[in-house]
Design a protein around this ligand. Sequence first.
Ligand SMILES: NC(=O)c1ccc[n+]([C@@H]2O[C@H](COP(=O)([O-])OP(=O)(O)OC[C@H]3O[C@@H](n4cnc5c(N)ncnc54)[C@H](OP(=O)(O)O)[C@@H]3O)[C@@H](O)[C@H]2O)c1
Length: 248
Amino acid sequence: MGVLQNKTALVTGGTSGIGLAAARRLAEEGAHVFVTGRSQQRLDEAVAQIGLGATGVVSDVSNFADIDVVVEAIEAHGHELDVVFTNAGGGEFALISDVTVEHYLDTFNRNVGGTLFTVQKVLPLLNRGASIVLAGSTAPSKGMPAFGIYAASKAAVRSLGRTMAAELVDRGIRVNVLVPGPVETPGLTGLAPAGGESELLAEMAASVPMKRVGHVDEIASAVAFLASDASSFMTGSELFVDGGEVQV
Ligand SMILES: NC(=O)c1ccc[n+]([C@@H]2O[C@H](COP(=O)([O-])OP(=O)(O)OC[C@H]3O[C@@H](n4cnc5c(N)ncnc54)[C@H](OP(=O)(O)O)[C@@H]3O)[C@@H](O)[C@H]2O)c1
C-alpha cells in the first residue's frame, strides 16, 4: 500500500523532468494525479507514462486565467485536493546588463505568478491535512552570473511559502519549499548551447560536493516525503535535495 492511497494530487508542469518523475511517484504511492502542461500531445505522452488513471489538463501557469481550467477539471472529475506540487517553471540565462522587460516578466509570471495563482485558485479544493510543495532553487542562495532574475523569482517563491504556511496552518494545510540542486532534466540541459549539454552538466556537477548532478527520482522521493504524513511536523520549511551544493 502506498502512502497516498485515496488522495488526489496536482502537479503543474508534469510533462517532463522533475514534474513528470514526481507525478509518477505520487501515482505509485496511490494518488490520483492531475498533471498540467502547455501541449496536449506532451500531456498525452506523460499520462501514458504515469498510468494509473492520471489526468492531463492543458494549462499555462503564466496565463493566470488558464489556471481556472485546472480547477474546473478537478471539480468535474469529482475530486478535492490533498497534494499540490507547483513545479511548472524555469528560467533562461541573461546577464543583468542584458535583461529585457520580456525576460523579467516571463520569468516572474512563470515562477512567482504561476505559483501564487495556482495555490490561490486551488484553495477552495484543499482538504484538511493537505500538503503544498513549492519548487524552489539553490540559485537564490548563491550569486550565479546570468541567473539573477530566475534567482530573484525563486527567492520570492521561498518567501511566499512562509506566508502561505502561516495563512493555512489553521486549516491543517502544510506548505513547504523543495529545493533541488542541479538535476539532469530537459529544462536544465536546454540551457546549454547546442552540443554543449555534457559540458554544462559537468560544470554543474563540479559545483556539487557529491560531484554529480541529481536524478529526477531523487527529487520525486522528496516530493513524496513532503506530500505524505511522513513530514507531518514540517511547514514553512525549505528542504534542500542538492548533493550539498549550498550546504557544505
Ligand atoms: N532541473 C534542475 O536542475 C532544477 C533545479 C532547481 C529547481 N528546478 C525547478 O524545478 C522545476 C522543474 O524543472 P525541470 O528542470 O524539471 O524543467 P523541465 O524539464 O523544463 O520541465 C518543466 C515542466 O514545466 C512545464 N512548464 C513550463 N512552463 C510552463 C507553463 N508556463 N505552464 C505550464 N507548464 C509549464 C513543462 O511542460 P510543457 O513544456 O509541456 O508545457 C514541463 O512539464 C522548475 O520550477 C525549475 O525551476 C529545476
